[in-house]
Each structure stands twice: as C-alpha cells, then as structure tokens.
Design a binder for this molecule. Structure first.
Ligand code: ADP
Ligand code: MG
Length: 320
C-alpha cells in the first residue's frame, strides 16, 4: 500500500474508529493487523456483509452520500432483521482513483450514520482497482438464543410489516424517468434500517426478514424455511400517500408487493401473543401493520376486497 493510501485511511476512516464509548467493546481499532473486540457475556455475534459494485448496484456518477447510505442501510437492515444491536463494522473499498471530495462525502455520511446507529468502524481494506466497489461487513450483538430467524414461524402467526412498501422501487422509477417525487427518491437513496424495531420486537416475534427483494419474495423465504404458507390481505398492504398519488392503484400495489430495497421488516407474531405485543409496542415510533397470517398449506395467497383469494403464483409478477 502506498503512503497516500495510509494517509487516506488516517484522514477519512480512522476518525470513525473513535467512538468514545467504553461499552463498544473495541480493545484495538484501526491501525494494527487485526482489530481486537470484546463481545458481552452471554451474547452471540450476528455477522453480515454486503457489496455494491458500480454499474451493477448503482449508476456511475451516483452521489457518494447515496452510495454510502444504501451500502450501510442494506447491511444494518440485516442486523435489524435478526434483532441484533449494532456493534462494529469493517469497510473494504476498491477505488479506481483517489478523489478527495468523493472520499470526504462518503466518509462523512458513514460517520453520521454510524453515530446514529451506535456502530464503530474497526478496520477494513483499501485497494486500487478498475471498478468502484464497496463492501461493508457489520457485526451485532444478540443475547444467546434470542436472534429472530427465518425458520421459526408457526401456523396461525400474524404477519406484520414496518413502515410502507414500494417507495424505493418507485423512487428508482422516478430517477430513471426523470420524475420529481422527492419523498420516493429519498426512500430509494437513503434507506432507513429498522434497528429500533428489530430490538423492540425481539421478545415477541417468532420469525423476521428484511424486505430487500420485495415482500412476496422475502416472505417466501420465511415460508420456505418454516415449511408454511401465508394469506395476505391486499387491502392492508401499507403504502405511502406519495406512492398512491404518483401511480395507478395496480402499479402501486405491484411495487409494494414485489419492489425491492424497501428495507422494512416483515415479521411474525404468535396469535396468543398479539395482545401483549400490541400493548408493548403501542408507542413504538415506527408504523406497524398487520397484513396477513400463516397457514399450514404451502403457498402464498392474496385476499382481495371482494373476498377472492388469489394464488400469488398466478399474479405473474416479473420478480418471480
Ligand atoms: P494489512 O496490510 O495488515 O491488511 P492495511 O495496510 O491494509 O493492513 O491496513 C492498515 C490498517 O488500516 C488496518 O488496521 C486496517 O484494518 C485499516 N484499514 C484499511 N483500509 C481501511 C478502510 N477502508 N476503512 C477502515 N479501516 C481500514
Ligand atoms: Mg490490507
């Protein structure tokens, strides 16, 4: 590694390593061969990595603030979906060249988001290469045995979703078509990982996944891994006013059911726990909507306002 690359790490990334929080478990951060980290007693480590490649995952010329937000948002969302508390992250950067203004903006966004979510940068790798590539690996803590998995849903569980669906797909559509809806574009560029919700539902949820590839596909993973089916109420799929106002009701519903990168949480709560769950989360700041329930028969059905029950396999969404 050249001197300028060491200087680059020192200038832009080493500051993110200083959390000042004694409970962060960082014995040794950036600067040695490895970081040394301390996990709290009786906790497990939840680990996930995501990579964004220019040209594949974002358009050349995308503002570094949005690249950082989307890269960080998608992996923090994985921690949220396990009910894990963010602890540490590492960053692997491949840069075609060193552009100070790009690095400044990228690092500033990471700094803001890492403080917001209480997660500390503890290391990484910086290389020169033809294609701008960003990998972020996150580590979170979860009390032993308490992580919310995909394979533990049960018949009769109610299905909930955070926030609203379809905004991110609509935001991307707006960008591609020179659309102007700032709310939708913002939902695509700056996802909001539901960390606080993941922690709040951990005591109640029987299963959870974050919606990165579309609700139907991601709920499909819970169904597959839990060996169950589900019925969703199409009237109850939460959509933002911006989505409803910008698209026909059919297109809006299609985006909400099959659009990717909303990074909302889809989770199950056992029927006999519903009352306690609703009471415990009545002041939760994030909107939680019940959208359906788990059934024994494998498959996924959509219940329409007229009472018609339609198998999702028949809907012909391009996502499948
Ligand atoms: P090594 O040769 O042992 O892999 P490096 O020279 O790659 O070490 O990195 C030196 C130190 O800087 C290490 O502690 C490493 O974790 C850290 N580092 C390198 N690149 C980054 C980065 N992009 N973000 C954060 N830390 C980094
Ligand atoms: Mg290295």
């Amino acid at each position: 590694m050249s001197l300028s690359e060491f200087a680059l790490i020192k200038r832009y990334f080493a500051p993110l390593s200083q959390s000042g929080d004694k409970d962060a478990g960082v014995v040794l951060g950036i600067g040695d061969d490895c970081a040394l980290l301390e996990t709290p007693a009786d906790h497990q480590l939840a680990v996930s990595i995501d990579t964004l490649v220019e040209g594949s995952h974002f358009l050349p010329g995308t503002h570094p603030e949005y690249i950082a937000s989307r890269a960080f948002g998608s992996c923090l969302s994985d921690l949220a979906a396990m009910g894990a508390k963010p602890a540490w992250f590492t960053l692997a950067l491949t840069l075609p060249n060193i552009e100070e203004t790009w690095l400044e903006s990228f690092a500033a966004t990471l700094s803001t988001l890492s403080k917001e979510h209480g997660i500390v940068l503890v290391g990484g790798d910086t290389t020169k290469g033809a294609t701008l590539t960003i990998s972020i690996q996150v580590h979170g803590w979860v009390p032993r045995g308490k992580a919310i998995r995909r394979d533990t849903a049960n018949v009769g569980d109610r299905i909930f979703i955070t926030g609203t669906l379809g905004d991110s797909a609509a935001g991307l559509d707006q960008l591609q078509r020179d659309g102007k809806n700032r709310f939708l574009i913002g939902r695509f560029n700056r996802p909001t990982p539901r960390i606080a919700t993941g922690l709040a539902i951990r005591e109640w949820a029987s299963a959870c996944i974050d919606v990165s590839d579309g609700l139907l596909q991601d709920l499909g993973h819970i169904l597959q891994q839990s060996g169950l089916g589900a019925v969703l109420d199409s009237e109850h799929i939460p959509m933002s006013p911006a989505l409803r106002e910008s698209y026909s009701s059919d297109t809006a519903l299609q985006m909400a059911l099959a659009g990717g990168e909303d990074f909302e949480l889809c989770f199950c709560v056992p029927e006999d726990q519903i009352e306690g769950f609703l009471l415990a989360l009545q002041n939760h700041p994030v909107r939680l909507t019940e959208i359906g329930y788990m059934v024994k028969d494998r498959g996924l059905w959509l219940l329409h306002a007229d009472g018609m029950k339609q198998s999702v396999d028949q809907l012909g969404f391009q996502h499948f």
